[in-house]
Design a protein around this ligand. Structure first.
Ligand SMILES: [Mg+2]
Ligand SMILES: [Zn+2]
Length: 193
């Protein structure tokens, strides 16, 4: 089962999508960020998302949220944060078209979230669901993430451009294998595509 918030209808014409990871790309990854008080934007992230929108990309968030399954916060907490963020992004001219999240974990979660799902990155399930839900021009779409699991999920879903953001200043070697380029930040990535 895929968990999602769809903020748009399926378009008649294919849209190119910038799939975005959240923690470490849009906001600083403090670990299990689950309210707006702890949500700190990475410098330039809002500008970068606006630039992606101006360049014609629909923005789709693809995020692992095992904190839900682990009982650290609830789906309602995640929804509140996501809807707050969506309002802010709307004002910024760069709303998400959809948000996909995985609440599961294969070992460290409570029922019903304790499972080997097909949505938790590095599985491509969330991206594949987006491809079913939205009319996506896959060949011109891209993924921006900061972990190997992001790059592997994007590769598995057939996303041709996979940009690894060096959220802690370095690019992990394993992730470099499955990415197609690196960037220091989301903003830098947005400027170079
Ligand atoms: Mg991340
Ligand atoms: Zn899952």
């Amino acid at each position: 089962m895929t968990f999602k918030f769809l903020f748009t209808k399926k378009q008649d014409l294919p849209v190119k999508v910038a799939f975005l990871d959240r923690d470490g790309v849009i906001n600083i990854d403090h670990g299990y960020v689950n309210n707006k008080q702890h949500f700190t934007f990475v410098e330039g992230a809002l500008e970068g998302m606006k630039l992606l929108s101006e360049k014609g990309y629909s923005l789709v968030l693809i995020t692992n949220q095992s904190g839900i399954g682990r009982g650290k916060y609830t789906i309602f907490d995640f929804a509140k944060l996501t809807f707050w963020l969506e309002g802010l992004l709307f004002k910024n001219g760069s709303p998400f078209s959809a948000v996909y999240f995985c609440p599961h974990h294969p070992q460290k979660a409570f029922a019903p979230f304790l499972q080997e799902c097909d949505c938790r990155k590095p599985q491509p399930g969330m991206i594949l669901s987006a491809i079913k839900d939205l009319n996506i021009d896959i060949e011109n779409s891209l993924f921006i993430g900061d972990k190997e699991s992001d790059m592997r999920a994007a590769l598995g879903a057939g996303i041709p451009t996979r940009i690894l953001v060096k959220s802690d200043g370095t690019a992990p070697f394993d992730a470099q294998i499955s990415c197609t380029r690196t960037a220091n930040t989301l903003l830098e990535a947005a400027k170079t595509i």
